[in-house]
Design a protein around this ligand. Sequence first.
Ligand SMILES: Nc1nc2c(ncn2[C@@H]2O[C@H](COP(=O)(O)OP(=O)(O)OP(=O)(O)O)[C@@H](O)[C@H]2O)c(=O)[nH]1
Ligand SMILES: [Mg+2]
Length: 384
Amino acid sequence: MGFFDIFKKKKNDEDIEETEIYEEKNVSESERESESESESVSVSVSGSKSESKNKSEKEVQSKKPVEEEKVKKSGVFGRLKKSISKTSGKIVGGMETIFVGKKEIDEELLEELEELFVTSDMGVSTTMKIIEDIRSDVSRKILKNPEELKKALKEKLISILSMENELVKTEDTPYIILVTGVNGAGKTTSIAKLAKMFKEQNMSVMLAAGDTFRAAAIEQLEIWGERVGVPVVKQKAGSDSAAVIYDAVLSAKSKNIDVVIADTAGRLHTKENLMNELKKIKRVIHKEMPDAPHEILLVLDATSGQNAVSQAKAFQSEIGATGVVLTKLDGTAKGGVIVGIVDELKIPVKFIGFGEGMEDLKPFDAREFVEALFGAEKNADNNN
Ligand SMILES: Nc1nc2c(ncn2[C@@H]2O[C@H](COP(=O)(O)OP(=O)(O)OP(=O)(O)O)[C@@H](O)[C@H]2O)c(=O)[nH]1
Ligand SMILES: [Mg+2]
């Protein structure tokens, strides 16, 4: 199943308008067949596009030609690796420094590692867990030297971060994503990046300017909407956020839009106001569509380190979150916070943001992230 296969197979295939994607993209017959083993169903995109009811599901998978995808992937991996170099320097560079000249794993080494992980924003409880595991493996002679320890730590990080993180699937359309988070976390920018990503998956997108607290927030979303080429539903500043988002849901329904991404305020007069507003938005959407919002994404700024964990705790208990978008991983050494977020809060990280550009957001992949952190090319690094 692909990350973006958000629509479960509908009960009645007749209801589904399939869109001929491959004709537009000029993909050869053989490429069509080699792609996509996923059994998910095609997505209703836009009524105006040509239909092809008799095409098999495979044929209408919204995927790009394989080669193009590969090139893109390796480009993204390179950028990811570069952009998380400060976090990598802190965690992996720090480990290298600790390991210099060490022939065996002693208590001093474990204490130094413990300090390194705590100061890398992984969080105290997660750090303690990792160190305890290592201590036990050392005493059972599973880990015998620092080289083995380094490999074990890498696998440990992958295993902590490897949490099921595909987007929640639904039989409904439109798919509703509510984007929350404190001000400045990167909500609006991430919404634009997400909209672009869904568009590239051949899904139609509509944005809802639910941050009605500031006029500038509405304008900012409109500008992004224009750049990405997606419609934005808005009202004037000061209007009811839930009403704006409700309008967007109705409008998306009537226009057969696939995905609605709703912006929300990051700050109101009080934190209580903010949480109440978010709860109201949830209720209003839920009334119209019982399974929606399908995703409540919490946007967290990696540069805020452990503060991001406290924010996540607050949003988690007040409104629930189906996933985290961790932004600004570029230019910070505090990216280790991702380990604490997943381990302590058990909220999956669904996307990571690593730059201000439109391409600087991607679905989170634990192994890829840790490989990037350890500076090794994915696949080139065989079994460690
Ligand atoms: N370097 C970097 N900057 C980012 C990233 N994501 C967002 N930003 C920047 O962070 C700043 C705030 O982003 P916004 O998207 O406006 O944040 P917001 O959560 O919508 O903020 P409010 O609307 O004030 O609640 C902007 O200058 C963005 O360009 C990222 O991944 N990396
Ligand atoms: Mg904003």
